[in-house]
Design a protein around this ligand. Structure first.
Ligand SMILES: [Zn+2]
Length: 382
């Protein structure tokens, strides 16, 4: 059983296709062919809008879905992290039903694959069903060197559960952020996840650079609240990114998330890393810090940009088109085809699924999404 789809515009993952093309899709979702309308015969469905490959959400914490409308906006990162930690309590059923709602609404809006940060095994039940492909990043933190063995051990236990219970989806250990992972822990994670992709929150707040440059700043307030004695932390005199990236081999595959306070020197330095992606989560940045990343500067230095929604703790919705809309309004010079490439083809490359996802090409099974021309609404085409 085949479906023949025609649309106002067809975005194929890298650019808009010529007018008059028809996408033929088989019953299981595989793209059977892309042919011109004259050759397509009858029964062609005409869609009003932009037809695109399914969206790839490169940064999410689905386990935090129960925090929707709980965390106050625009407080800055230190108070945001504190608010998430104090509110991190809910009944299991409430957490699971919130995750299932998040999962299904992501899919309905056209998201077909998600890179998801996991601190525990909470999200496993929600990932056993549904239509989304998951890439699980088991996140470790621990800023005190003495706890690093124990943190690593519990991370490995969580990883083991993901591998056992969700064998169809890849999972690996990753580091939370430069302000929450000690040098010992960074080295261990680098060793364990050597041939795997890592996803690290990077330069989400100005205080993170300040911590590494001078050893002081707003993050000390967080350590103080958590009762952490950071006397063993050594500042490097350099930015956060240039301080932690050297823990990894230049061949390491990395997704850097947020990058709100990345500098030209950082971007230049990061060019040594050939498999590195910059993940933008603009709506979360506006929610937490009321800032946006320096997108134009990042674009001048890298083509590897991808998009993420972050979580319901820091976003009103998990909707890639809403992220595109924010970027489109804030940076109107960026071509729509670039924004869509970040949301589709680039995301698939970052997650290692470009063989099946991210572009509309014969033989692939990317999922198809219809976007209205005003970029107000997107929906999966089942
Ligand atoms: Zn995050």
């Amino acid at each position: 059983l085949f479906t023949k789809l025609k649309a106002g515009l067809i975005f194929n993952g890298t650019g808009m296709m010529d007018n008059g093309m028809v996408v033929i899709r088989s019953g299981d979702g595989t793209i059977a062919d892309i042919i011109s309308e004259e050759d397509a015969g009858d029964d062609i469905q005409e869609l009003d809008g932009i037809l695109s490959p399914g969206f790839i959400n490169c940064h999410c914490h689905v386990e935090l879905s129960y925090l929707q409308n709980v965390i106050p906006k625009d407080t800055g990162l230190v108070d945001f992290v504190s608010a998430v930690m104090t509110n991190r309590r809910a009944a299991d059923e409430e957490k699971i039903s919130a995750m299932i709602r998040a999962r299904d609404s992501m899919y309905r809006s056209g998201i077909v694959a998600v890179a998801d940060i996991c601190n525990d095994t909470d999200s496993i039940p929600a990932k056993k069903d549904g239509n989304i492909w998951w890439r699980n990043f088991i996140e470790i933190s621990g800023f005190i060197d003495a706890t690093s063995d124990q943190r690593l051990q519990s991370g490995l236990e969580v990883l083991h559960e993901f591998e056992k219970q969700l064998p169809g989806f890849p999972s690996s250990l990753t580091a939370h952020s430069p302000y929450s992972v000690s040098s010992t822990l960074f080295r261990s994670i680098s060793r364990i996840s050597k041939n795997k992709t890592l996803s690290v929150h990077n330069q989400e707040c100005l205080a993170e650079n300040r911590l590494y440059e001078k050893g002081d700043g707003d993050l000390l307030r967080l350590y103080d609240r958590l009762g952490l004695d950071i006397k063993n932390f050594k500042c490097t005199g350099s930015s956060s990114l240039r301080s932690w990236l050297p823990y990894f081999d230049p061949k390491q595959s990395l997704i850097l998330v947020h990058n709100s306070f990345i500098t030209p020197e950082d971007l230049e330095y990061a060019k040594n890393y050939k498999d590195l992606y910059y993940c933008l989560c603009p709506n979360a940045n506006l929610f937490i810090e009321n800032v946006l990343p320096p997108v134009e500067m990042i674009m001048q230095n890298s083509k590897n940009i991808v998009l993420g929604t972050d979580s319901y703790a820091s976003n009103d919705k998990l909707d890639i088109l809403a992220e595109i809309r924010t970027l489109n309004r804030s940076f109107p010079f960026i071509p729509l085809t670039d924004l869509l490439t970040w949301a589709t083809r680039n995301g698939a490359l970052a997650l290692g699924i470009a063989g099946s996802h991210g572009t509309i090409e014969k033989g692939k099974k990317p999922g198809l999404v219809l976007i209205d021309h005003e970029l107000k609404h997107s929906s999966i085409i089942d």
